[in-house]
Ligand binder design. Structure first.
Ligand code: IVH
Length: 684
């Protein structure tokens, strides 16, 4: 007779195995939706519950553990050094081309070798600027991951690869390549721009050197001996080809990328295009060049591949690169030039901002001659000096930045640069206040500050005076027509027509626009005054709490600080502003000119850019949590107590807790308290 107890046990083990497999597949599926597709379908809690249940079952039944279980990403000891890994077939590189003529030559060569005059179908893919990696999957399970190395032998970075959430530990058995039992998948490990910026910011704050670009950051992160470090770095992977494939086959490069996606491997397909001939190739190259700044990751060119895999085999390879593909590079976004001098601009609050004036240079098709240097700390950190040869970088439409100095090109007379101790415009003393990065001109009637104050006052989010642009403001100040914002309301058509390029009609239009701006909500008016640290949200909080400007003006710092979201610096800044007799007089003159203030209804003030955004706080903030919550809610957002995949921002205060880890794992945007304040407009 069979042992009923044993039978029962086997049954039970089988059930447990089935349950474990069900949980693994459930988690894999939702990992894929979340990490590869950016389209999560379940809540954080549901995911966590299944994950914990799987962990528990695997702990209780270690005999059922599998190397491709989603739990196996966790853990992993640090290595002493990397082992070598030999690629089964060499990982080739690509020949680069830079001009249309070279593209036409490439196409002619291909057609000649194939003996055809017909146009060749090519797949044009973006060329990702990352680190080349090969992943080996045996019977659908990831067995190794290696760097390209010299093409034949690379470094075994398998434990690190397992930390990259867009790389599945086991393949899905779908589509064109479902039957494969051995596949070497090749692609690029890279870092998205946003993750790169966050990483550098964090390194900066903790005194570690920042990475020069996302490629270096990705390379540095995948070659970490401690996989726990790699795990924190938010690396991504996109496949662009294969080495060996056994048990399945496809006919074209396009089908290959499609097939990889069906296996659950993110591939380059989204921005790739099948082109019927060389003209279409050129067109897609141009499209990619145009959208490159909008992509979440950096690309440095396009890769043009003969689409038919038979033809690829027929064309074969040269010693290090294939004859069937070529990299058509974009113009670089970095360039070298020389700093002619460093100028200093003066902002509304008197901040002195150093700007490098450089010999003009073409960076990615745009002529550039100015780069922002931020502040003295930034200049010291990079040791930027007048006369230096520098590497500059442009990203999107932002002002270019200096990446590094070629200090070896410096002559012996060079000396470190210091932002002057006097305002370059009015000559008053410029000081660096304690705890601040910037030096400031403290003269409130400095013409440079005045121009910025008036520009801010008239701007769209402030008094919104249509037609009062920067050029006019500069003329008004230079000619002494406007010495403070109130003077704007005493301008007359006759005075305006005496100005350059100002006809009677435009003068009348401007006066009408000035009249129209007089009716304004109290919070907008308060914001327009340009009180340091008082942004639009902060102004709204103050007005909502105290009702009108004259009440705010009478409050002391302690009373102001009672308003949630108003910290001691903001409160002090408000008090200082209203205690200055000149400011009080100016407000009086504005009122006599007919400024008419009204209260904005609370509901409309609550709808701002934070509408629908969910925040989670971790660590200690300089303001009470409850105040931070009220700030978010006043702007239309909500606050959660735990990080989920739906969280939009995690605000990290001092000594942040495990929520930070979680945010990193889920790819939720992490911001500092300062960034939070800037975002909510509490201190702008
Ligand atoms: S195909 C034989 N496609 O560029 C084909 N490579 O200089 C070799 N790369 O080492 C690769 N994006 O790491 C290919 N869409 C793409 C690529 C790409 C980036 C990298 C790759 C390679 C290097 C060649």
């Amino acid at each position: 007779m069979m042992d009923p107890g044993k039978d029962h046990q086997t049954d039970r083990l089988e059930d447990i195995h089935a349950e474990i497999e069900r949980l693994r597949n459930f988690i894999r599926h939702h990992d894929y939706l979340y990490y590869a597709m950016d389209a999560p379908e379940i809540s954080d809690r549901e995911y966590d519950t299944s994950f914990k249940k799987l962990e528990r079952l695997e702990r209780d039944y270690p005999q059922l553990l599998a190397p491709d279980s989603p739990t196996q990403r966790v853990g992993g000891a640090a290595l002493e050094r990397f082992e070598q890994i030999t690629h089964a077939s060499p990982m080739l590189s690509l020949s680069n081309i830079f001009e249309v003529g070279e593209l036409i030559d490439f196409d002619s060569r291909v057609r000649k070798l194939l003996g055809t005059v017909e146009p060749i179908p090519y797949l044009v893919e973006p060329k990702l600027d990352g680190v080349a990696i090969e992943l080996v999957y045996q019977n659908g399970v990831l067995v190794s991951g290696g760097t390209r190395g010299d093409g034949t032998v690379g470094e075994d970075v398998t434990p690190n690869i397992k930390k990259i959430r867009t790389i599945p530990l086991s393949l899905m058995r779908n589509g064109l390549l479902a039957e494969t039992n051995l596949i070497d998948i090749r692609g690029e490990i890279f870092m998205a721009r946003s993750d790169f910026d966050a990483l550098n910011k964090e390194r900066d704050e903790t005194g570690q050197p920042s990475f020069a670009n996302p490629r270096n950051a990705a390379a540095g992160s995948i070659r970490q001996l401690d996989p726990a470090i790699t795990a924190r770095r938010r690396l991504r992977f996109l496949a662009h080809g294969v080495g060996r494939i056994e048990g399945a086959s496809v006919n074209t490069q396009l089908d290959l990328l499609q097939g990889l996606i069906e296996l659950g491997i993110p591939s380059n397909l989204e921005h790739a295009k099948l082109c019927g001939g060389v003209e279409a190739v050129l067109e897609h190259y141009r499209v990619l060049n145009q959208i490159r700044n909008q992509l979440p990751f950096e690309i440095d060119g396009s890769v043009i591949k003969v689409n038919s895999l038979d033809w690829q085999t027929q064309l074969g390879t040269k010693s290090r690169s294939p004859r069937w593909a070529v990299a058509y590079k974009f113009e670089p976004m970095q360039a070298e030039t020389r700093i002619v001098r460093i100028d200093v601009g003066v902002g509304r609050t008197g901040t002195l901002t150093p700007v490098a004036i450089m010999e003009p240079v073409n960076v990615g098709g745009v002529n550039v001659s100015r780069a922002t240097l931020h502040n003295q700390d930034e200049i010291d950190r990079k040791d930027i000096r007048e006369g230096d040869v520098v590497l500059i970088q442009r990203a999107g439409d932002v002002i270019p930045e200096v990446v590094k100095v070629r200090s070896e090109c410096r002559d012996s007379h060079s000396h470190p640069y210091r932002i002057p101790d006097h305002c370059p415009v009015c000559g008053s003393e410029a000081v660096r206040l304690q705890g601040q990065a910037a030096k400031r001109c403290l003269n409130s009637s400095c013409p440079a500050r005045l121009k910025e104050t008036i520009k801010h006052f008239a701007s769209r989010d402030a008094m919104d005076i249509e037609g009062l642009g920067d050029k006019l403001v500069e003329q008004f100040v230079d000619k002494g027509l406007v010495r403070d914002p109130a003077d704007i309301y005493y301008l007359e058509v006759e005075t305006l027509v005496s100005l350059e390029r100002m006809a009677k009609k435009s003068a009348t239009n401007l006066i009408n626009a000035i009249q129209k701006s007089k009716k304004v909500s109290s919070d907008r008016f308060l914001f327009s005054l340009g009180i340091p640290l008082v942004g639009a949200t902060c102004a709204r909080l103050l007005v909502q709490s105290f009702g009108d400007i004259s009440s705010i003006a009478k409050k002391d710092a302690l009373e102001l600080q009672k308003v949630p979201g108003i910290g001691p610096e903001v409160a002090q800044s408000v008090v200082t502003f209203f205690s200055e007799p000149r400011n009080a007089q100016m407000i009086e003159r504005l009122m006599s000119a007919g400024i008419s203030l009204y209260m904005r209804p609370e509901t409309s003030s609550g709808t701002t850019s934070l509408q629908g955004k969910n925040f989670v706080f971790t660590g200690s903030l300089s303001i009470p949590r409850n105040d931070a919550k009220k700030i978010v809610e006043a702007s239309g957002g909500s606050v959660g107590s735990s990080v989920t995949r739906k969280t939009d921002y995690v605000v990290a205060g001092e000594d942040p807790g495990s929520k930070l880890e979680k945010a990193r794992e889920f790819g939720v945007k992490i911001i500092s308290e300062d960034e939070f304040k800037a975002l909510t407009g509490v201190a702008e």
